[in-house]
Design a protein around this ligand. Structure first.
Ligand SMILES: NC(=O)c1ccc[n+]([C@@H]2O[C@H](COP(=O)([O-])OP(=O)(O)OC[C@H]3O[C@@H](n4cnc5c(N)ncnc54)[C@H](O)[C@@H]3O)[C@@H](O)[C@H]2O)c1
Length: 340
């Protein structure tokens, strides 16, 4: 079976391509390299011994996308392609709406006319805002996210629900908590393009001396040590969940519309300070930090109830925080060697 992976050279996409190839899927990648680099394709080949087909273009170019569907018998799509920097999305709202929603709609147009099903969408726990109850399950009420980025995810989910209903298609919406870590080979990871928006790349760059100090935004939250709490999920575990979700969609041969929604997390919340300490311990390095005032829009605490994914996908996060953080440091060493 051939799966279109958009954004397949990006952070989560590249790890998922490896898992798909290891599970004998054929993979066609479309990625415009706006937040990734070509060497990732070679590294995927080195890891798997297989080379996916790669098209470097922007999904907003409908005519090029149609040519990909003409050239390959596509059986499903995992749509990672999106702009993802929360802060930037506030400054460039129109660009974020255009990239994240037009890309999605262009793929759905092809799915619609060609009668293809099996679509997986990268959503985010940001759709829950500050949930009232922990851990967060899939029935928790959705709150309109403050960021434009978060809004594109919530709107994307809504578009997909309407699409599935109208055309009787099968969709899986995966709400990631906080993906971290790198491939055990040390050859795939989150690329340090621009100033990192997420905690772990910042920790990594501070430990490597690229940044002077890690800023911790607030130490007076009502949590175990006053810093904000999140659910950090190892990227390879996350990639495996995509394969499990895809297999479930493919095995479902009914003609009914399906919209499966899953929270993908570990079920455990870790504070910012706990992550810093775990990183220092795992890698025997120091991470200098400073406490700053809270950042507007940051939520206090979010961790998943992953039981639905365990039950229905037979999938579970397996990798500890420390182990994940060890892979991050290996990735930094790889990047250092590449740049030297
Ligand atoms: N990383 C996270 O913390 C996180 C959390 C929740 C959800 N997500 C979502 O998961 C998905 C993947 O995230 P990631 O961390 O791997 O991001 P990433 O930026 O590493 O990967 C996205 C890839 O898509 C490509 N891309 C972007 N717009 C494109 C377009 N118009 N046409 C073709 N290619 C395009 C980029 O070049 C990049 O390679 C995104 O949809 C993101 O919003 C990420």
């Amino acid at each position: 079976m051939t799966i279109l992976v958009t954004g397949g050279l990006g952070y989560i996409g590249s790890h998922t391509v490896v898992e798909l190839l290891n599970n004998d899927f054929e993979v066609v990648i479309v990625d415009d390299l706006s937040n990734s680099e070509r060497f990732i394709l070679n590294n995927i080949q080195e890891i798997t011994g297989k080379k996916p087909v790669f098209y470097p273009f922007d999904l907003r170019r409908k005519e090029l996308l149609a040519q990909v569907f003409d050239a390959h018998q596509i059986d499903g799509c995992i749509n990672f392609a999106a702009s993802k920097a929360v802060g930037e999305s506030q400054l460039k709202p129109v660009d974020y709406y255009e990239n994240n929603l037009f890309s999605l709609i262009n793929i759905l147009q092809e799915f619609k006319t060609r009668e293809i099903s099996n679509f997986i969408f990268s959503s985010s726990c940001t759709v829950y805002g500050q949930a009232d109850v922990m851990p967060i399950d899939e029935n928790a009420p959705l709150k309109m996210p403050e960021s434009v980025y978060g809004k594109t995810k919530q709107m994307g989910e809504q578009i997909l629900i309407d699409f599935a209903k109208a055309y009787h298609r099968k969709i899986s919406v995966l709400r990631y908590f906080n993906p971290i870590g790198a491939h055990p080979s040390g050859k795939l990871g989150e690329l340090p393009i621009g100033v990192p928006d997420n905690l772990v790349p910042y920790v990594m760059q501070t430990a490597a001396g690229i940044r002077e100090k890690l800023s911790i935004w607030g130490d007076n939250y009502p949590t175990q040590d006053g810093t904000a709490v999140r659910d950090y999920i190892y990227v390879v575990d996350l990639a495996k969940a995509h394969v499990a979700a895809l297999k479930k969609l493919i095995e479902d041969t009914s003609a009914e519309a399906v919209v499966d929604t899953y929270n993908l997390g570990t079920g455990k919340g870790s504070s910012v300070l706990e992550v810093v300490k775990a990183f220092e311990k795992a890698n025997n390095v120091e991470v200098p930090y400073k406490i700053c005032s809270r950042r507007e829009g940051d939520i206090t605490i979010a961790y998943a109830n992953p039981e639905k994914a365990e039950r229905e996908l037979n999938w579970k996060s397996e990798t500890s925080l420390e182990e994940s953080l060890r892979t991050v440091w290996e990735w930094q060493k790889y990047l250092n060697a590449r740049n030297s």
